[in-house]
Write a protein that binds this ligand. Structure first.
Ligand SMILES: [Cu+2]
Length: 123
């Protein structure tokens, strides 16, 4: 009788361990694009002809590092109301107050240049 109880408990234990192991693969992979809350104070803007990769970028207020990557063509950025200016690939670090800043292409890059803007939201 004791043997029966022990083996039943062993089977139960194995089932519990197996269930836990199976659960692990599904947890922690909730990295969908829905979460927009800025956690990094570094933001990477990718420029192409003639747009930025995103309509807006978010960073927390304070010291912010902006990286500009030219994915296509040659572009630059200036951020209105700040001293940030990057021509071509590069980066700039500045301190930003909360607000919405307009980012414009600083290099006359062709026919779509005038509409080449994006927004930097500092929260
Ligand atoms: Cu341009």
């Amino acid at each position: 009788m004791k043997k029966f109880i022990i083996s039943t408990m062993m089977i139960a234990l194995i089932l519990v361990l197996a269930a836990c192991g199976g659960d692990d693969s599904t947890s922690g992979v909730n990295d969908t694009s829905g979460g927009e809350s800025p956690t990094s104070n570094t933001v990477e803007l990718v420029a192409s002809n003639w747009e930025f990769e995103k309509d807006s970028y978010s960073v927390p207020a304070g010291e912010v590092t902006i990286n500009l990557v030219n994915g296509e063509g040659f572009h630059g950025i200036t951020i209105e109301g700040t001293d940030v200016k990057i021509d071509g690939d590069g980066s700039a670090t500045t301190s930003l107050e909360p607000g919405e800043y307009k980012v414009i292409c600083s290099v006359p890059c062709g026919e779509g240049h005038a509409e080449m803007t994006t927004q930097l939201i500092v929260e």
